[in-house]
Design a protein around this ligand. Structure first.
Ligand code: KIV
Length: 272
């Protein structure tokens, strides 16, 4: 038996089991082959090809311009590297809001063309009919509540959600509805830790927090944020595990100096 065939693939039921066993779920984003391979080999549970790629890869100010074709392209790349983690594709803005048919076709593309195993959809009550339909036809869904980056123009800024009692109540109701229709997990983004804890206790499906405190069943970050590659700003909820942007800038400067001074290439780096 080869080493590859011994790898235990993580499935949607495995993610649900992790909550039952009280084991924290680990999730990060990836958009390219090498990073996805490193994450997978590190033993991550979930890899999300997030529409955050619009900001950290494509340089847009927000996630709104990201297209389905771009998501399919990056998800396909990531899927070639992933042997173990559950692979989730993020439905981009206006790929699912126009109609049930549009949402079903685009969600299906993630599984059919890019070998994702689930999709993520931003939104609560208003998205229930689509999410219910997708799950009925065999497309697992990760919900996403709290700060919804695709609604940035409604909020005006990426501010904390769920401070007002009415919004907190709506979030709790939305989480229950998502559970009822069968999502396998719910991302909770930028909400108070106590509210996230309450939601986490109230649903049987795992909550995956980003800026939602320590009581969620799992945590997710944008890899480029936690690696310090994207260093334009650091949200308070991001912990930097590396400072790669600085190391890369230093490496580029060193290369320029070495080429200009004739130190690169050396004899060992040249052929006779
Ligand atoms: O697009 C993304 O990367 C996300 C995560 C931050 C949850 O939605």
């Amino acid at each position: 038996m080869s080493a590859e065939s011994e790898i235990k693939k993580i499935t949607v039921p495995d993610i649900l089991d992790l909550k039952k066993k009280g084991q924290k779920i680990t999730a990060l984003t990836a958009y390219d082959y090498l990073m996805a391979e490193m994450l997978d080999q590190a033993g991550i549970d979930i890899i999300l090809v997030g529409d955050s790629l619009g900001m950290v890869i494509a340089g847009h100010p927000n996630t709104l311009p990201v297209s389905m074709d771009q998501m399919i392209y990056h998800t396909g790349i990531v899927s070639r590297a992933v042997k173990r983690a559950l692979l989730v594709g993020d439905m981009p803005f206006l790929s699912y809001q126009a109609s049930l048919e549009q949402g079903i076709e685009n969600a299906g593309r993630f599984l059919k063309e890019a070998r994702a195993e689930a999709v993520k959809i931003e939104g609560g009550e208003v998205m229930i009919p689509l999410i219910e339909k997708l799950i009925q036809i065999g497309i697992p869904v990760m919900g996403h509540l709290g700060l919804l980056p695709q609604s940035i123009h409604k909020y005006g800024s990426y501010k904390l959600q769920g401070k007002e009692p009415a919004v907190a109540r709506q979030l709790k109701d939305d989480a229950k509805r998502l559970q009822e229709v069968g999502v396998f997990s719910i991302v909770l983004e930028k909400i108070p830790a106590d509210l996230a804890a309450e939601i986490t206790r109230s649903v049987s499906v795992p909550t995956i927090g980003i800026g939602a405190g320590p009581h969620c069943d799992g945590q997710i970050l944008v890899s480029h944020d936690m690696l310090g590659i994207y260093d334009r700003f650091k949200p308070r909820f991001v912990r930097r595990y590396a400072n790669l942007a600085q190391q890369m800038r230093e490496a580029f400067q060193k290369y320029l100096q070495d080429v200009r001074s004739g130190k690169f290439p050396s004899d060992e780096e040249s052929f006779k």
